[in-house]
Structures are given as structure tokens and as C-alpha cells.
Design a protein around this ligand. Sequence first.
Ligand code: HAM
Length: 421
Amino acid sequence: MATYAPPPGTADIFEDEASEWRCLESAAREVFSHYGYGELRTPVFEYTELFQRGLGGETEVVQKEMYTFADRGGRSLTLRPEGTAGVMRALSNTDVLNGVEQRVYYMGPMFRGERPAAGRRRQFHQIGVENVGRCAPLLDAECLAMLRAFLKRIGLDDAELVINTRGVREDRPAAEKVLREYFSQHIGEMCDDCRTRLERNIWRILDCKQEGCGKIIAGAPEYLKYFSQESRDYFDQVCRALDALGVKYRVEPRLVRGLDYYVHTVFELTHPALGAQTAIAGGGRYELFLPGQNRPVPGVGFAAGVERLLLARQALEKSGTAEPAAAYFVGLTPKMRIANLALANKLREAGLKIALELEERSFKAQLRGANKSGAKFAVIRGESEAEKGTAVVKNMADGSQCEMPEAELFEYVLRNAAQIE
Ligand code: HAM
């Protein structure tokens, strides 16, 4: 049979996975709405200049990763590589330009021509939020607290949050000078892209993912002290608010993020299940120039990669948070299901994980449940066992089974569970 694979870096999502997606999406909708956010759906493609101007012409995304094409009328269009620029364009038709706050969330596909790998797709999906129109440290802290609440809600409370500040634009020349002095001394050992970055946009060096460059970046001077008092105070207030809210974080003094619109707070979240190189979410405070506007619009927000959230959740399930049940109880009559529940509870009190079927389902369906639970054996009780006062114990690994008196079950499961461990 011929197989028709989708283009590299894209995927078909079937129902078993799609249900997981819906779960994340509805958790996001619920959490975000409690913080006053409403949904905004923007087009999947925009005029190319929106991204060129908004994200920064020197960024990796704009330079190398955008899917850009001319429409029939010859206008250059680009499949959105991220959500912030389109959201800002849409909101520029509202009062945000006059400083009226708008809170929106979005979810949907984004497109970047990256080399596909685990957790790196060409069509990927983001769940993101933008709080637009105002600038205040407490807004940044609130946004981070909401991201934490969302991650907790979907079982990823172990994510590590790293934050930093990029200061305001006026702070940058002094810090750039220090960075230029340092990197000029090491540029011979760095990649070709970093050589160009040294000339064109030195901040992009800090975001280089090449291993050789990473070692040099790790020794770069901490530039915060060259920022203005205003920027340092702003960052300090964000950190103090996070402390007060109980949001855990680590300051990473060289975090800059890959897009040029950020000012003040920047942050990224990683999860132990995926490793420190793969961010599950990122964001920060920004000022974005819209085409035709000379004044940037302020905002703060983040986007989480849906595929990466799901990978982290799946890895967690495999790495033992979902330990297999010691036994699975199959009950074929209402009376037997009650008896199973009573015995299961006794065994749970004794410290075992027991899975069981509590509803009326076919024998086959219940055995499938036993298989899925990872239990080493299934305890089966139907009408004939009820009459005899026995139970059938089936070894799930080799299919062998034996029958034993009901009274011995508790001891048997306890003893065998101990042997399994
Ligand atoms: P970003 O860091 O470029 O930020 O992307 C946010 C998240 O999208 C990443 O942390 C990652 O989880 C996911 N992601 C990015 N690229 C890929 C890919 N190729 N495959 C799979 N997942 C990916 C932004 O896009 C900003 N707009 C976030 C933001 C909102 N900043 C302020 N407001």
C-alpha cells in the first residue's frame, strides 16, 4: 500500500492525540478567562512587512525561517511564524494605541522552516496570550503567575522558569560596547553566523545554539550593571512581585530570546522531561512597531508550544508518575464489582496501586483495561466464581491462570506485588 506522508515537519493529528490537544486548549481557556483574557483569532498569513518590522530583520526567524510567497497580485505574504505581531496588528484597530489595556489569548498553527527534530516542527501550534497597551512590572508578574497556573493545571508544575531583563532600548549601546569588546576577542573561535552578528546585531550572538559558541557565551560579561537605574528597578520590582506571588524562578543573566521586540522582562520555561535546550514556553515584555506607526505599542505575553507541552506530559507518564498498577480487578456482575471495590480499597490502604473496572463492560473490554494499566495480573470474578466463592487470577505476561478461594486473594495480591517490585 502506498503511504502518503505529510511534508517534513508537519503531522496528522488523529483522535487519540486530538483529545489531548482539546484537554490542553480547554485548560488554557479556563485559566486565561479567570485572568480576564478573551479569545482573538487572527489570519494564518499576513503581509510580510508586519513580521520583518515587528520581529526584527536580523532575527533567525525573519532571516531564515519564514514561509514567504507572493500572492496573485504580487504582494508578499508570510505564513505567521508566531502570534504576537498579528495580534498587535489586529489590536491596532482598537484603543490600545491610546493606552487602553487589552487582554487576549490565541491558539493555532505557526510556521517556521526549521530542521525538523523531536519537538521541532515546521508547522507547530502555540497557545499564547498578550496583554497589550500598558507597561508595569506587576503586569509582567501577573502574566507569569498565569503561565505557572496553566502549567500546573496541565500537570507540568515542574517546569523551570528562567528570567532576565533586556532593559529599555536606550540602555543597549553601553551594554553592547562591553559585549563587543568581549566577543571581538573570541570571534575566531565562533561560528560564521556569529561573525555576521558581531557586525549587525550583537545581541543575537547570545542566542546562538552552537555548542562551541555556547562555551564562549557562558563567559560573556553580565551586562545588567550597564543598564539604567530605571531598567534595573523595573526588573527588581518584577522579581519582588514574583517572590510575593510564590512564583519560583531563576535569573539567567544572558537570556535574550530570539526575537528583537523584547524590552525589560524576558523569560523561558523548560521541563526536565525535555531537557534544558527545549523551551516549552517563552515570552516577555515587548514594544512592537506596526507598519506605518512611529510609536511602538507596549505589551507583555507568552506562547507555549502545544507539541512540546504534550511531549513533556507523555514523557512524565512514561517516566513513572504513572506507575503500573499491581493488579487489575475485572468484575463481571454488579455484586462482584462491589466486592472488587471493597478488596481494592483494602489493598490500596495497604499501599498498593490497584486499578479496576466499576462499570458494566464486556469481559474483553475489561481485559483490554487490564493490559493498558500495565498490571502484572488480573483478578477476574464473574457469576460462577461468585457461586463458588473463588476468583481467577490471570498472569498478564504469559496468559497462565489459576483459581483460588476468595479469602486468599488479599494475601496473594500483597505477596505477588512485593515480588514484582
Ligand atoms: P518563541 O520562543 O519563538 O516565542 O516561541 C514560543 C514557543 O513556541 C517555544 O517556547 C516553543 O515551545 C514553541 N515553538 C517555537 N518554535 C517551534 C517549533 N519549530 N516547533 C515546535 N514548537 C516550537 C514566540 O513565538 C513569541 N511570540 C512569544 C511571545 C508572546 N512573546 C510575547 N508574547
